[in-house]
Design a protein around this ligand. Structure first.
Ligand SMILES: [Zn+2]
Length: 707
């Protein structure tokens, strides 16, 4: 069947005038989508080989799911046939097993244990009833061959995915499994209703969306949607100029800035097209207490959360996702897309925020059940896989080199406009990660971060950074002091662990105990589970059986009594604790102990947001801090220890790296966000003067027409 035939037979454009603009319900999909799906299923079923034993073809999440009673054939020979079909339909397929062939969970476990070779040990087997997938956590995922994968699906009726067993079991992953388990029915319904929504027929016929030219400025004032009466009319209008004027206006791409411009914190944009509304990041500003300044301005953007097609999260840091559970609390019930490791890392940080707010009495706009809602609605996608998330938007996540699982988001809007939203990125290799991906065939608009956008923000090379770091620690250890390194639990912590271990092992750093607070260990366990997301060098050593987070120099601190032991011991040591900006968490407890003694030192290795205690200590604007002690009494803590900021560890691109990234991507336009005002303005004018690319710094609550 040709594409043209397929379009004719399944395109329900005749009914398109029944759809009202901007009204896209998650609940109770319209009749039009059901007809569309039923017709499509009929066409697909007809074209598939009978040996595949496909029992149904359904819109499900971002794919068309084919349910099979013959997984062995469907996962191998059928896939060739599907790649051609996928091209002609412009839709992606996923193979699921028909529930009737799936063994019970107990029998599946027993069968899998029988099939796996002896050298493979399994720590977790998780069967997801909503998808028919079984996740195996094993010591050597690379030892599971495609034959083993096929045998498992043939004998059990479950399709296998693997992860690496971490050195300590991860509680975050365990919690995610139990949330997924208890919501499998609910999620099954969600995936189906999401599929219907994503594959709803376009309001605008594709041939018009891709028809690029014929701009006419005189008629640009027309904004109303005028629908053709029938498919015939669409065809006859296709080359007529007046009709194109109308549709030109409808191909607009508008960007709403809800947070994170001219500031670091609360990153949030909404991209609006004629068909869709997509939110990019949904962060909070950790340095702010007033909700007006702390959260994205969804109060200002006059839209209903139900109208949002998707939320895409670039990475797990709280300034990019800390407001996400609140969206669910306020009624959003659509999908959230992010990479696989971002989900557990994000959940870990959200749960930690809840714990912190309970212990220090600070207001947090969400609770555990809202975190669980975001877990249930999360659709993890791997790097490099184009994924349709609405009728006119396909996103691709790629390595951003910032923290594990961090992604730049490439947004293709009906083939007419491409946005690259960088999130936070590092355009250079680090100990932990490879450099951000920068080869894109076509990008019209880049939205870039500018944390280090000032011309003076040039990072020294890696080896001189390690040298300065080691020397600084040695100096304090030699004078009998303790070194506190406040670190964000996710990202910098693991990078610093690798560096400390390397420097100590190779004899440059004086041997001393390195204490690691609990949450960092948990984040490191997640790093091991998804080791295939790490940089080439770490990946290689993990594959050789070396766990970089399990060095004998490290001592994990779990619980208050262990922490007291560190306080009471006067011998020199290194302490790594969260949070990275001394805003709550154990680093603040260590700060109380370390700050008053001049022989001690605090070394900052990550960006300190304005207004945080970390920033004030670093800038020397405070000589003492009032804090609540263990007994709940206010106590004045003098700041007498020395302090140092070492920049080269940052997971952000420096001034030169931002410029070379932009010159590699070659967009037509750059918008600058995620930076202090002067830094954003500086990089914007440098991009214009050096690269001759139109560049600007919007404001929060600006609306920008990208197309
Ligand atoms: Zn970040």
């Amino acid at each position: 069947m040709t594409t043209e035939n397929m379009e004719k037979s399944i395109n329900p454009i005749e009914n398109i005038s029944n759809v009202s603009f901007g009204k896209k319900e998650y609940n109770g999909s319209s009749k039009i989508t059901i007809d569309f799906e039923a017709q499509l299923e009929k066409e697909i079923m007809k074209s598939l080989p009978t040996e595949a034993l496909i029992t149904s073809a359904k819109f499900e999440g971002t794919n068309i799911a084919l349910y099979t009673r013959n997984p062995e054939f469907s996962l191998t020979e059928l896939s060739l046939h599907l790649s051609a079909l996928s091209k002609s339909l412009k839709k992606r397929f996923i193979i699921r097993t028909d529930p009737s062939i799936r063994l019970s969970e107990d029998d599946t476990r027993a069968e899998i244990t029988k099939i796996l070779p002896k050298e493979i040990t399994v720590s977790v087997i998780f069967c997801d009833d909503a998808t028919g997938e079984v996740v195996l956590e094993v010591n050597k995922p690379e030892a599971i061959t495609s034959d083993i994968f096929l045998k498992i699906s043939k004998n059990t009726g479950w399709i296998t995915h693997t992860r690496r067993s971490p050195h300590i079991p991860s509680n975050s992953i365990k919690n995610i499994h139990s949330t997924l388990k208890s919501s499998s029915k609910e999620r099954q319904i969600f995936y189906q209703r999401l599929g219907k929504r994503i594959f709803r027929p376009s309001l605008l016929p594709n041939n018009l969306l891709q028809h690029d030219d014929h701009q006419n400025t005189e008629n640009n004032h027309q904004h109303e949607l005028v629908m053709p009466d029938s498919a015939e009319n669409v065809r006859s209008y296709n080359n007529s100029v007046p009709f194109n004027y109308r549709y030109n206006n409808l191909r607009e791409v508008i960007l709403y800035c809800l947070g994170g411009v001219k500031q670091v914190g609360r990153s949030c944009f909404v991209v609006v097209t004629p068909e869709s509304k997509i939110m990019l990041d949904c962060g909070i500003n950790p340095g702010e207490n007033q909700s007006y300044n702390a959260y994205p301005r969804i109060d200002w953007f006059n839209f209903n959360l139900e109208e949002l097609d998707a939320v895409v999260i670039s990475h797990a840091h709280i300034d990019h996702q800390g407001f996400l559970p609140t969206l669910y609390k306020f009624g959003y019930n659509g999908p959230v897309y992010c990479t696989e490791p971002t989900l557990p890392l994000m959940a870990l940080l959200q749960m930690d925020s809840i714990k912190l707010s309970k212990s220090n009495g600070a207001y947090l706009p969400y609770e555990i059940r809202d975190v669980n809602e975001s877990i249930k609605h999360c659709i993890p996608i791997p790097y490099g896989k184009p994924t349709d998330i609405s009728p006119d938007i396909t996103i691709t996540l790629n390595n951003a080199g910032h923290i594990m699982g961090s992604a730049t988001v490439h947004i293709n809007i009906a083939g007419t406009h491409n946005i690259l939203y960088t999130g936070d990125y590092k355009y250079a290799k680090t100990q932990l990660l490879d450099s951000a991906i920068s080869n894109y065939p076509r990008v019209e608009t880049v939205i870039t971060e500018s944390t280090y956008g000032s011309s003076g923000d040039i990072m020294p090379d890696q080896y001189s950074v390690y040298g300065t770091f080691t020397e600084s620690i040695n100096q304090t250890l030699k004078q009998g002091g303790k070194v506190l390194i406040p670190v964000p639990a996710v990202g910098r912590a693991q990078e610093i662990m690798l560096v400390l271990d390397k420097e100590m092992r190779e004899g440059r750093l004086i041997e001393s105990p390195i204490f690691i607070e609990g949450m960092i260990s948990e984040a490191s366990a997640i790093h091991m589970s998804y080791a295939h997301y790490l940089g080439y060098d770490v990946r290689k050593s993990v594959f050789q059986g070396i766990n970089p987070f399990q060095s004998s120099y490290f001592t994990a601190i779990n619980g208050l009594s262990k922490r007291d032991e560190v306080f009471n011991d006067d011998s020199p040591s290194i302490i790594m604790a969260t949070s990275g900006m001394l805003e709550g968490g154990p680093s603040v407890e260590y700060f109380k102990d370390i700050s008053p003694k001049p022989q001690n030192k605090i070394i900052f290795v990550s960006y300190q947001i304005n207004g945080t205690l970390g920033r004030r200590v670093l800038d020397g604007t405070i000589s003492e801090a009032s804090m609540v002690d263990k007994n709940g009494k206010m106590k004045v803590i003098p700041v007498r220890c020395s302090k140092q900021k070492i920049d080269g560890f940052s997971g952000h691109s420096d001034f030169n790296q931002i410029l070379s990234f932009i010159s590699r991507v070659k967009p037509k336009r750059v918008l600058v966000n995620h930076g202090e005002k002067s830094k954003s303005e500086n990089i914007a004018s440098s991009i214009y003067s050096k690269l001759k690319i139109r560049s600007s710094v919007p404001d929060n609550r600006d609306i920008i027409k990208l197309r």
